[in-house]
Design a protein around this ligand. Structure first.
Ligand code: AMP
Ligand code: ZN
Length: 433
């Protein structure tokens, strides 16, 4: 049984009507309160009355990260500050951060979405949930914290980092559920191994991981190394944070909280909406938020949507695991390559650790990809000949499956910096033009 079967199992037609109602309200709300939206809508002559079907959303302009930066800090805020009770921010890599203000009701709704996420992961009141997402401006820490509170389980707010202490507390408290980025879960697994603690023998049984792309192969790796079920959370600051979409027990795509978010897939090049089932960029519209509603936000995340009967009974549409971000896509010898595809292939190779780094350089007119991956200790210790053999094996595996030639450097174990939050796995050294 889901957390909130009224909404999670609502017949699709009814859900659709609800979305239209909320969408109209959101459009009217921002038109009245946010000059940025009002001016844009006036320019194209659109009002809430023009929204009759969910497809009519395509009449509205997109919102992009730069719109948030241009209106930093509160230009897109639709309520007076006295109604705002929390402000998160996401720094991104360059420029000003983007802000996320919430009313108390926005926070309640976010907790509701996160509670659905936790519940679907099998977390209950009796659980001890260690929250190793970073607390602070990042939505991960507090987002998970609130959701866990709503479920009523015991929250241990460790935040990320201090890995040895995480493991000590996990053991001493009898933690049963963990929240962190997938890459940090791996860091925890590795640290526990070096402390000679077998996490698989501890009470830990489930993790809710998100905030960065990870492959199914990585999920399996984490499940094996920690002896748990690895469930997923998806979200972004611009649309409130984690809890937008979540794994159910089927672990086959993430259900989107459709009574809160309307999802579309567009072609990232032409920006035309794509038919259901096709892969493209995920565009999200918030349906119930009040402090900073978002209309047609281009997430840059690449996925596909599936409307299908799920074994769990939820009717909420599903999105596939994110395969990458359109801005992380590399073009190597004319082939589109997502870092996640390389991750999957590396995890097929038993002689390496799941710790890697991709470096993109320019070689003449062409892009050149260097895959640096840590070797298992016994392989590294076996000497240079063995290492070359494994490098060639990896090169061959990538070439035969993806058709791209890459350079492979097998590294000494433990050489790469371990992640405590979102892993940085791609270094782009191509000249910026
Ligand atoms: P932030 O706003 O800093 O939390 O970053 C949001 C971004 O993190 C999203 O747009 C995605 O690119 C990424 N992200 C979050 N959750 C996931 C997930 N489960 N799988 C893949 N990427 C994710
Ligand atoms: Zn399901």
């Amino acid at each position: 049984m889901p957390w909130n079967d009224k909404f999670e199992c609502m017949p699709v037609e009814k859900l659709n009507k609800l979305q239209i109602k909320y969408l109209k309200e959101t459009v009217a709300w921002v038109c009245e309160r946010v000059p940025f939206y009002r001016q844009r809508f006036e320019k194209i002559g659109i009002t809430a009355a023009d929204i009759k079907h969910t497809e009519d959303i395509a009449k509205l302009p997109f919102t992009v990260k730069n719109d948030l930066r241009d209106n930093y800090p509160f230009g897109l805020c639709a309520v007076p500050m006295e109604e705002v009770c929390r402000i998160h921010a996401s720094s991104g890599t360059t420029g000003k951060p983007i802000t996320g203000p919430y009313t108390i009701e926005d926070l309640n709704q976010w907790s509701e979405c996160m509670a659905r996420n936790f519940w679907a992961a099998g977390i209950r009141k009796e659980d001890i949930f260690q929250n190793a997402y970073g607390y602070g401006l990042f939505t991960g820490g507090l987002g998970f914290h609130q959701g866990a509170n709503k479920i009523g389980c015991a929250v241990v707010p460790t935040s990320s980092g201090l890995t040895e202490r995480q493991i000590m507390l996990m053991k001493d408290f009898g933690t049963t559920a963990l929240g962190s980025t997938p890459s940090y879960a791996l860091t925890i697994a590795e640290q526990a191994e070096s402390m000679k603690i077998d996490v698989r023998k501890l009470p830990l049984r489930v993790g809710v991981f998100g905030a960065e792309p990870w492959t199914v192969a990585m999920r399996k790796e984490i499940e094996e190394r920690l002896g748990i079920k690895a469930m997923e959370a998806f979200g972004l600051t611009e649309l409130s944070g984690p809890g937008i979409a979540f794994d159910c027990e089927a672990q086959d795509g993430l259900h989107i909280n459709e009574d809160h978010f309307l999802a579309e897939i567009v072609d990232p090049a032409t920006l035309e909406p794509l038919p259901l089932g096709e892969q493209g960029e995920l565009v999200l519209t918030s349906l119930q938020r009040r402090a900073m509603p978002m209309l047609r936000y281009r997430t840059k995340d690449i996925t596909r949507l599936r409307r299908e009967k799920c074994a769990c009974g939820r009717t909420l549409i599903k999105m596939n695991k994110i395969s990458g971000r359109s801005d992380d896509m590399l073009i190597i010898s004319g082939v589109n390559v997502f870092p996640s595809q390389i991750e999957s292939l590396l995890l097929d190779i038993e002689e390496v650790e799941p710790q890697y780094m991709l470096i993109v350089r320019k070689k003449g007119y062409l892009d050149h990809l260097i895959v640096k991956v840590e070797s298992k200790k016994e392989i590294y210790d076996a000497g240079p000949q063995k290492r070359t053999e494994i490098e060639n094996k990896i090169k061959g595996h990538i070439k035969s499956t993806m058709g791209v030639g890459v350079e492979v450097n097998l590294l000494e174990p433990k050489l790469l910096t371990r992640s405590e939050g979102k892993a940085k796995r791609v270094i782009d050294e191509r000249p910026k033009n």
